[in-house]
Design a protein around this ligand. Structure first.
Ligand code: ADP
Ligand code: MG
Ligand code: ZN
Length: 587
């Protein structure tokens, strides 16, 4: 036996690592697979137990150009092969097949079995992953609880004739636990979990993807109740018809087949489709129609308490020293996703092993955090402390200004946890679209609230960041609609200047063809409204400078402010003398 340490790794994780080109070298042993990561990913050494077919693995390794060998482990005999039997003979055969496959692009037909879905099936008989293994994403778990209940007690729903969701789309940044959640749903319900990745459907041969989809659904129906999980839905679900030069026939056929299959079964058959993507914006709208993926569940990066829970989950399998304080670690890992935290615990355990210790110390975690952050900085943007402060002041600015405004401008939650898809922080307000009638003062209040973020940055840093651009866009649209659609202006009066046909394109405003003078007047009024709203926001924050400061410090510490704690802060906001007259006056 060699003395080097190899960490256990989940087979799925291994596959993901191959796909993201992190794997340096793979050794296929009779009873397990050993592999190393490239130096920039920590040169760690792992082993994993294979699941599924060797062909699939070889194909994947081949496709990603990963070096692999099949030296038998001296300690294992060929008789002890588990899972997939692999002798040199089989390998040579597989390799020959692979080469054939690689050459098949020029006209050799679709080989037998290529249209088979090759979906991996988990959870047959054995209890797998459950919700207890997924932490820090309570809202997503809550939403999925219903799916679990349906799968486990389908009869109850069928009796009352309730419509069951057919498709649930998990949306969120990489590593937040989407795959894990889908597996946990199957584990909780005790049903089979058929899983495939979008990229596996799309092959070079036209028609293979579509027939794999068909096969997958046929298998699912035979195994119902069960879950079909499609990872990387965007690989097949990209908007169709974007490509003028021929397009991608294969992908379109695959997508069309998926849509057909989704329409062809009803939820009562006990098959529920779950898909995951981190790029929802590029999905074909047809996928989101009612009866398809009409449920969307956001799986986002965890806040501090979420990170603590995730650390607890992963710390279960390592020996921690008494002095290790997971709360401190949670506080130091701002912006980490679940996978980063799992990786962190692993790294810390490695440090301990390297130093021949039997328990993991706090210093191991300290070093591991630095390593993981260095890796994160390569892959994605991590906020610098200054950026994080800027975001915090900005969000508190919205909240304090909103506190004084009438109607729906009240803020319910502020967060500076990086939101998966774009925004850095966010402030949760009652959405404008939920209101049908917005009074004039409420509309002004919303304008001021929108501009509160930018005003806070000006007051604190005497300059503004690019983070306010979305607010300004929204404020401009709102101010323009106030004048052109709602008739809220003295000089122009209650005349609709907007083109009615476009009023359902929410958020935009589109003017009717009007004279140059009217256009100029609208522009002047929009600017005036925004300037005034900005001035009042600025004045409010100037007057409440100390509160802005203390609330921001609390937000930086907690990362999320909501409930009583937020309301207590908001009730302390003092109103400037001119607020009322500004709210009441006609433009
Ligand atoms: P995604 O599918 O969103 O990219 P995964 O589900 O593949 O993320 O997560 C990869 C690994 O990271 C998981 O197997 C698990 O070990 C860890 N992980 C991610 N999110 C969580 C979470 N919320 N709770 C516990 N572990 C998590
Ligand atoms: Mg995943
Ligand atoms: Zn903002």
């Amino acid at each position: 036996m060699k003395t080097e340490t190899r960490l256990p790794s989940d087979y799925n994780q291994f596959i993901e690592q191959i796909k993201s080109s992190q794997v340096q070298q793979v050794s296929i042993k009779p009873d397990r697979i050993e592999y190393t990561l490239k130096p920039e990913f920590g040169s760690q050494r792992y082993y994993t137990k294979p699941v599924g077919k060797i062909d699939d693995l070889l194909q994947l390794l081949h496709r990603h150009g990963v070096e692999f060998d099949t030296l038998p482990d001296s300690s294992a005999t060929h008789a002890s092969m588990i899972g997939f039997l692999l002798s040199t003979g089989v390998l040579v055969g597989a390799f020959a097949w692979l080469l054939k496959f690689a050459n098949a692009g020029n006209g050799v037909g679709i080989g037998m079995g290529m249209g088979k879905s090759n979906a991996r099936v988990y959870n047959q008989g054995k209890p797998g992953i459950t919700f207890a293994d997924v932490a820090g994403v309570d809202e997503a778990k809550q939403e999925l609880q219903e799916v679990v209940d349906f799968l486990a007690n389908g009869e109850k729903y069928r009796k009352v004739g309730a419509k069951i969701p057919k498709g649930v789309l998990l949306v969120g940044p990489p590593g937040t636990g989407k795959t894990l959640l889908a597996k946990a749903v199957a584990g909780e319900a005790g049903v089979p979990f058929l899983s495939m990745s979008g990229s596996e459907f799309v092959e070079v041969f036209v028609g293979v993807g579509a027939s794999r989809v068909r096969d997958l659904f046929n298998r699912a129906k035979r195994q119902a109740p069960c879950i079909v999980f499609i990872d990387e839905l965007d690989a097949i679900g990209k908007t169709r018809g974007n490509n003028p030069v021929g397009g991608n026939d294969e992908r379109e056929q695959t997508l069309n087949q998926l849509l057909t299959e989704m329409d062809g079964f009803d939820g009562n058959e006990g098959v529920i489709l779950i898909a995951a993507t981190n790029r929802p914006e590029i999905l074909d709208p047809a996928l989101r129609r009612p009866g398809r993926f009409d449920r969307q569940v956001l799986v986002d990066r965890p806040d501090k308490s979420g990170r603590l829970e995730i650390l607890r989950v992963h710390a279960r399998s390592v020996a921690l020293s008494q002095e290790v304080n997971l709360e401190t670690i949670a506080a130091q890992t701002f912006g980490f996703a679940g996978a980063d935290l799992a990786n962190l615990v692993n790294e810390a355990a490695l440090m301990a092993a390297r130093n021949n210790r039997t328990v993991v110390l706090m210093t191991d975690f300290g070093e591991a955090i630095e390593r993981v952050i260095a890796g994160l900085e390569k892959r994605s943007r991590v906020l610098t402390p200054l950026e994080r402060q800027t975001v915090a002041y900005h969000e508190v600015g919205h909240a304090l200004v909103g506190a004084l405004m009438p109607g729906g401008s009240k803020v319910a939650k502020i967060s500076i946890v990086p939101r998966g898809l774009g925004a850095l922080g966010y402030t949760l307000q009652m959405p404008e679209n939920d209101r049908f009638l917005l009074l004039e003062d409420e509309l002004r209040g919303q304008l001021a609230t929108l501009l509160g973020g930018r005003a806070a940055e000006e007051i604190v840093f005497h300059k503004v960041s690019t983070g306010a651009s979305d607010d300004i866009q929204k404020a401009t649209n709102l101010a323009e609609r106030a004048i052109t659609q709602y008739g809220m202006s003295d000089t122009l009066g209650p005349v609709a200047f907007a083109n009615n046909n476009t009023q359902f394109l929410e958020g935009n405003s589109s003017r009717r063809v009007v004279s140059g003078e009217v256009t100029a007047e609208i522009d002047r009024l929009v600017k005036q409204n925004i300037d005034q709203a900005h001035d009042i926001a600025f004045e409010i924050l100037r007057l409440n400078r100390n509160l802005l400061e203390s609330a921001t410090q609390v937000l930086l510490e907690k990362e999320v402010l909501e409930g009583d704690q937020l309301q207590t802060i908001l009730t302390q906001v003092k109103a400037p003398a001119e607020l009322n007259s500004w709210l009441m006056k006609g433009a």
